[in-house]
Design a protein around this ligand. Structure first.
Ligand SMILES: Cc1ncc(COP(=O)(O)O)c(C=O)c1O
Length: 439
């Protein structure tokens, strides 16, 4: 029997009423989503306010890694909330436990952390620390990068959306190409290019730096730009370049951390040793929590009173962090991400062969991008088709979202608890939805 079951035309009557009321009360400035008003979630299954059930390939936005409303996480949050919700910088026990747990599971050189509430806040903190530690202000970052919507974060970002119309960004930004191999700006091929983009990085920095380079900010893979993964060897070479220039290395694992790519942290794939790592999303798996992880000598540049956050490190968020790590320890979700990720990947590649619109399938573990194009030869992006597919898939019982520089990449990022049956059913729903567009 199938898990997904959509009994009404979307939006259902109750959803429609809530969408109408919402539009009268809250500004309508969020991105394109299926017209579904979520009511509850369990694991990979979401139920809307009309009683329709869906399989979820979004995890919110790669947040609920341990599954929607995991019972252990719910119990931990409920117990913590009933006890104490906020005490600002005064110490609470869950904060100590969360810090210990985090430092334990991180690579050994990252021996300190600091808790904040959002990914953007963690990015801001990394940038502040790089500047404070070096006394310099220039940050090298990448075309297509997305690090959040606060000012230092959007300055480091390389997408026009968060910047356009907001006037000058912060001084000191040097942005260089990221290896988006499907659409390489140098028209090179990863098999033969010998990472030409890294040579260009050297040129661009030489030409643009005033001599005040502090560090580099880079995502483990580019999420918002379309789930773009650098070819093997690119990150180690980038790290070498960073070291040879005496810069600090900040690595954005807000999306990739907590099992998403099939390792607890994406930096483990190529044994990278960044000085600072931004964590968010999956760390609270639904509860607002984020953190900076760092080498103690780097974060130690901050003296007393130099970093704080009203909500960061609150006992409820920290209890959630502890519970999330415990769930990973028990359930080894990163392994499931590799196993079921491989099944979904194979299915998507099979669909790619048949479909005239699937230009590229890429990813790692349970984070994959399906890039839709109007023509496989010209690679012309198909953002309208992508939006249609989001609606058709929801009507069929599959929740998907889109990303991409051109808004034409379907994000395939279910909670990491997805079973093989759920993976198979969701793939069937995806294939059926694509076929309905073709008809
Ligand atoms: C890689 C990355 N960094 C930072 C952020 C910002 O996180 P937040 O929205 O929690 O501020 C995001 C959010 O999507 C992200 O994907």
């Amino acid at each position: 029997m199938s898990i997904a079951n959509v009994r009404t035309q979307l939006p259902g009557p109750r959803s429609r009423e809530l969408f109408e009321r919402w539009a009268q009360a809250e500004a309508q400035c969020t991105g394109y989503q299926a017209r579904v008003c979520w009511d509850r979630g369990q694991g990979v299954v979401v139920t809307d306010v009309d009683g329709n059930t869906f399989l979820d390939w979004t995890s919110g936005v790669l947040v609920t890694n341990v599954g929607h409303s995991h019972p252990h996480l719910v119990a931990a949050v409920q117990a913590a909330a009933a006890r104490l919700m906020n005490n600002y910088e005064c110490l609470n026990e869950p904060r100590v436990q969360a810090a210990e747990k985090l430092v334990q599971i991180l690579p050994a050189h990252l021996d300190r952390c600091f808790f904040l509430s959002t990914g953007s806040e963690a990015i801001e903190a990394c940038i502040r620390i790089m500047k404070r530690k070096t006394g310099k202000f220039e940050i090298v970052s990448f075309h297509g990068g997305f690090h959040g919507r606060t000012y230092a974060a959007l300055t480091a970002g390389g997408l026009s959306g968060p910047k356009k119309g907001y006037g000058p960004t912060l001084p000191g930004a040097i942005r260089v190409p990221f290896p988006y191999c499907y659409r390489c700006p140098f028209r090179a091929k990863p098999e033969t290019c010998d990472l030409l983009c890294l040579e260009y990085l050297d040129d661009a920095v030489r030409a643009n730096s005033t001599g005040s380079l502090a560090g580099v900010m880079v995502e483990a893979y580019q999420g918002a730009s379309g789930f773009i993964f650098a070819p093997e060897g690119w990150f180690p070479r980038l790290q070498e370049w960073i070291r040879s220039h005496g810069l600090l290395f900040s690595y954005d694992e807000v999306q990739s951390g907590f099992g998403r790519t099939g390792k607890m942290f994406a930096m483990e794939w190529e044994n990278l040793t960044p000085d600072l790592v931004a964590l968010g999303k999956g760390i609270g798996s639904g509860m607002p929590a984020s953190a900076v992880a760092a080498r103690s000598d780097v974060i130690g540049a901050l003296g007393p009173g130099e970093m704080s956050s009203t909500m960061g490190g609150n006992p409820v968020a920290c209890a959630a962090v502890v519970a999330v790590v415990e769930i990973f320890e028990r359930e080894k979700l990163e392994r499931n991400a590799l196993r079921t990720g491989a099944i979904i990947r194979r299915g998507l590649e099979r669909i790619q062969e048949k479909s005239p619109w699937v230009g590229d399938v890429r990813g790692c573990g349970l984070v994959m991008g399906v890039e839709l194009v109007k023509d496989k030869k010209t690679k012309e992006p198909a953002p309208d088709l992508t939006r249609k597919l989001i609606d058709v898939a929801a009507q069929n019982g599959l929740l998907i979202g889109s990303v991409g520089v051109f808004g034409n990449v379907i994000r395939v990022a279910p909670p990491l608890v997805i079973s093989e049956d759920e993976a198979a059913e969701s793939l069937d729903l995806f294939e059926k939805s694509l076929a309905m567009l073709q008809a």
